[in-house]
Design a protein around this ligand. Sequence first.
Ligand SMILES: NC(=O)c1ccc[n+]([C@@H]2O[C@H](COP(=O)([O-])OP(=O)(O)OC[C@H]3O[C@@H](n4cnc5c(N)ncnc54)[C@H](O)[C@@H]3O)[C@@H](O)[C@H]2O)c1
Length: 322
Amino acid sequence: MLTAIRECQALTLVSCFDVDADAVRKTAGEYGCVPVGSFEELLASGIDAVVLVTPNYLHGQQVREALAAGKHVFVEKPLTPDIAEGREILDMLVRSKAIVQVGHNTRKRAVFRKAREIVERGVLGRVVSCHAHFSYDAGLHAGLPSWKLDPTLCPLLPLPQLGIHFIDVLQYLVAAIHEVSCFARSAVMKDENGRDIVDSTVSMMRFRNGVTGTLHAHYVVPFTFEVALYGTRANLVCHEDSLSSTSTGDFEFEEEIIPVDEPPYASFIAELREFAECIRHNRTPEVDAETGLRNVAVVEAMKRSVVEGRTIKVEEVRPAKV
Ligand SMILES: NC(=O)c1ccc[n+]([C@@H]2O[C@H](COP(=O)([O-])OP(=O)(O)OC[C@H]3O[C@@H](n4cnc5c(N)ncnc54)[C@H](O)[C@@H]3O)[C@@H](O)[C@H]2O)c1
């Protein structure tokens, strides 16, 4: 994120804070900004906006503090760890002109911009179903920050960390998610007391337009990044740097690979440029607090589905418009 701030050429890094004093010193040295000793001091340091790249469980409180101090806020995904905290932010925004943007950078990746264009052109025919899978094996290696290993601070670990990226992408490409059913398990990971940590989730989803889909998110299998849309005329599979499509007609299949060129950090740079533009011109970001909360609501519905062992409608966890 720091590299993206420097390279976006739209924001100036004025000051930085981290509870880890070494990280503050290093960042200040590398990026030429002023180190400060507390979040309060950061908010009082003459800045227009704050970029929060802190543990999920702190997002709600830090966004609210920043808004109360009159700052615009860019907060990494998820907007908040739960709906109640997200609502408090939305309530504050009713009385504020501040911009809140959530770091759902994945939808800004070139493959998903291209995929949306293909869907909108009707190339797939009617989209019938979809499948998304975002995993990597971070849970098999030492060194994870302690908050990710604490189910009270980061419940269903692979969902808020990985799966939520594709929840946002699918709501961008397909439609709002209407209901979900989720299975979660601890395949490998344990905390220091030997208690299970959820490292594997599989969810089924029905979207508002009737499309059905599945979402895999695992923290203990090799890197996998794939979103597939299945339509009456063609299927489209989005990989990190290409799309592959299979179209059908009279029982003949045609396969096409569409390479997509994307420089490193491009989606992070794009979202930060948008943030700066929104502040300058008082515009609403593509992923504003409302959109961010819609993604949080889907994760919350998935959590409730695991606890109650049934399909949950997203409106059950967030009765207002979702
Ligand atoms: N968009 C993406 O692709 C993407 C990728 C990775 C992480 N993230 C998000 O970024 C956030 C950080 O994730 P991470 O993996 O870097 O976590 P991390 O634990 O590695 O880093 C968090 C940093 O916040 C600091 N911190 C902790 N408490 C703090 C406090 N009270 N005030 C100030 N700083 C504090 C920590 O010292 C650490 O430097 C999370 O919300 C995560 O979901 C987004």
